[in-house]
Unconditional design. Sequence first.
Length: 615
Amino acid sequence: MCGIAGIFYFNSKHNMPSHQHSAVIEALRHRGPDFQGHCSYPLSELYHTRLSILDLSEASHQPFEDAHKNYAMVYNGEVFNYKDLIDSKAQLKSSGDAEIVFHALKNEKEKALNQFNGFFSIAFLDHNHHELLLARDRYGVKPLYYYQDHDKLVFASELKALLNITGPLELNSEQVYTYFRLNYCAGEERIFKGVYSLAPGCMLKANSNGVHIEQWYTPSSKVAPGNLESILGDAVKLRLQADVPVGCFLSGGLDSSIISALAKKEKPDIKTFSLGFTSHPYLDESRYAERVAKHIKSSHYAYNLSEDDFLNHLPEFFNCIDEPFADSSAFNLFLLSKFSRHEVKVALSGDGADELFKGYLKHKALLYSNHPLISIATFYAAGLTNRLPSSRENKFHNTIRQLKKLGQLKHLGAAEKQEFLAGISTHKEILGLLKEKIHGTAFHSLFINAGNYQKWPVEDWFDLKVVLAEDMLVKTDRFSMRHGLELRNPFLDFRVVEFALQLKYTQKISYREQKIILKKQLGHLLPADTVNRPKKGFELPLKSWLTGQLRTSLETDWLNEEKLSAEGVFNPESVAVLKKQLVSPNPGDSAAKIWALVVFEKWINNYKTFIKPRD
């Protein structure tokens, strides 16, 4: 697990000053604190920062080169089946996976990618033919940004490293719109004009003539039936491989509990980690995590933090946001990663199960909305509760919030339902919020693509391509790697994903139950109350904070009217309406919308030297 960056010049090289090379490395150092490497070539540059997990010796330092320096590679990730890929003819100098990945690419080029079971972003150079291959893993666990102009292609694991090469770029208004609709960025275009994210399961080939992108992975439609416990158990076993301490994140929910239980079977001394804050019982799940830890007999570390502990970490959290990202659960993961890093260097998580096995509340909402009687009943019930207060911070008000959303699904099409359920703010609200009038074309294309894709149902496509790749996996990568912690996701072993995609809808969800097959085949590993407990989110008590201890910061600093007017991005009047709604009897989702504004303001301030003024 590491950070990578590089420059590929199409025909002639422009030398950069040494301080610029250092800035690229420094921007990625948190991803790889153990070693930093940089190699210059006649028409390219490669940068690597290493988090040592397998083979801790210098033999696994990167960039990797062959003896004749015909080929070079930088690689971020893990290929867990690397021992099965060893070429008997290769004279290996290391015992890790990176060198084996290098030899596989040297021998087979992009054909080797389908053999890799893991997550990765890879840059492989063929100097003889002046060719670059960039590749990203199947589901987008590891990030890879790129930028192209007339003479070069630049790539990096994170934006700041890339911008230290390109220099200042203009903000992409379309992506600003997407961010405020979803509370995160999404799509191949990113927050800066000209910067793109290589899509999951895709590869980019560059040579003197330019750039070509194609898809190297499509989920198999011929998956042999099997036992989920066996497949997932093997995925966990592979991901416990490391030459450093390994543990599990354990929230107390079904997914992380299953992973922890399977890990315990393979590794009796497994450590588990949870985070909670008892001052907000409705949002605190730490007691459930402790219940599971006791059941599986793991060595459990429960970090119960006070509200002051959380708030004191906010400045550090804001400083590490790579691209605007306002999913509030990122803050929890940021802190859990920070504290767990004292004990382990690798952790397993339950990410991916909700998308694969219909675990979100929205999946239940979609099911209900397609039932004629339930749909009509909730439509009228939502009307009756329209004036009742709704928020996310207690059970009754959250139920009202969900009922109101459910009632609005009745007359929407499949793709429109995805757009409505994914959105935090509406199109009308964004038009009122932003001074620049933006149509949201890039945002709407996400749902057009979902509606036009025939291979999977709309919700499966959207869950994997947007919710998972752009929200959940961005969160798990950026905020764990900020502390040099590698987070592994057994549910995203391609064998598990393809198994799940072949299941019948009724094997995953019914009107009474979600994640049916998970509970049926793996529930025996856990306490009964864990298996049957309703899903909870990993959220922050935003409303309480923003109307309590953070209110002064909100009013005088973060969203100060005079400051907003001077910046010229937002309409201060619309921001004032949101702040007024926050303290009203019916706050709705105003706290999440304000949090998105706060995160964006903090991000703008941190990236101001990289933002090019418009002509």
